[in-house]
Design a protein around this ligand. Structure first.
Ligand code: SAM
Length: 285
């Protein structure tokens, strides 16, 4: 068993290093021994595969990933964790820690420099205060990665993994589905962390697509999606008019061209509907 998921070991390590948790950095460390091996297994880490981890903490998931993958590069913002990681990952020579803010990092460059030629996956227990920005960065940067397996707040995972066109879907559901096929893997209770957060979590995998599933111009597609969800409760004709800053008459013409009913709501539309509206919008501009 991974000794780093043993609560006594963790407390001892943290005490020796005088470490105190930072709420601002979303530091809730996993103490449930069954979670990391499952996450690492689902992530696709294995022979010939390189892994990027975000926020290794004291290295509990890193430890599992290093046992499976050719190489692991873990990006940790908190400098105070560097001496801890040096100790907890001392036995692995296939691990590199990068002290940086993942949102500021050029990940395409990191992949080219660290993983040239191998398949790459991302695996992380994400700091929840930056869940959406990190996920969107990983997707929008068009990284050459096969899959992104992440633990996030349960509600965030449910929204992202909801079918596009269902009541639970939102702008983030459509945005993620433009780049990947999301898959809910398993739930993780709040008690699996130290300190325990107020909410439950879930692990999901985003299976990255080689090509977007629809043909619309990317910028026009995202302009339309943002506008459509800008006023969730309104019918699409009104939310698009407000979000795109054009008259209702113009929006009705766009919707007719796209074959989308004017009284539909954004959450009921398919990727193809958004794509057709984006085509009509692009032709107009
Ligand atoms: N992987 C560990 C685990 O499962 O126990 C820790 C996960 S903890 C939820 C999130 C980690 O992300 C913390 O170690 C925190 O310091 C780190 N972190 C927070 N913001 C970050 C950022 N912008 N870039 C990189 N790491 C960050």
């Amino acid at each position: 068993m991974n000794r780093l998921s043993d609560i006594g070991t963790i407390k001892d390590i943290l005490k020796r290093h005088g470490f105190t948790f930072s709420k601002a950095l979303g530091q809730n460390f996993l103490v449930n021994p069954s979670v990391c091996p499952r996450m690492a297994e689902y992530s696709g880490a294995g022979a010939g595969v390189g892994v990027i981890e975000i926020g290794p903490g004291i290295g509990v998931l890193t430890n599992e990933l290093c046992q499976l993958a050719d190489k692991v590069v873990a990006v940790e913002l908190d400098k105070r964790l560097l001496p801890v990681l040096e100790e907890t990952l001392a036995e692995y020579d296939n691990c590199k820690i990068v002290n940086a803010d993942v949102l500021e990092l050029d990940l395409n460059r990191l992949i080219a420099e660290e993983f040239a030629g191998s398949e790459v996956v991302v695996c992380a227990n994400l700091p929840y205060y930056i869940t959406s920005p990190v996920i969107m960065k990983l997707l929008e940067d068009r990284l050459p990665v096969k899959a992104i397996t992440v633990m996030v707040q349960k509600e965030a995972a449910q929204r992202i993994c909801a079918p596009v066109g269902s009541r639970m879907s939102g702008a983030v559901t459509v945005a993620v589905n433009y780049y990947a096929r999301p898959e809910m893997l398993f739930g993780v209770s709040a008690g699996s962390f130290m300190p325990a957060p107020k909410v439950d979590s879930a692990v999901m995998r985003l299976n990255v697509l080689e090509e977007p599933p629809v043909s619309a111009d990317r910028e026009a597609f995202f302009t339309v999606v943002r506008a459509a969800f800008s006023q969730r409760r309104k019918v699409i004709a009104n939310s698009l008019s407000a979000g795109l800053g054009v008259s209702k008459g113009e929006v009705l013409a766009l919707l007719e061209k796209a074959g989308v009913p004017q009284n539909a709501r954004a959450e009921a539309l398919s990727l193809e509907d958004f794509s057709a509206i984006a085509d009509a919008w692009r032709e107009r501009t």
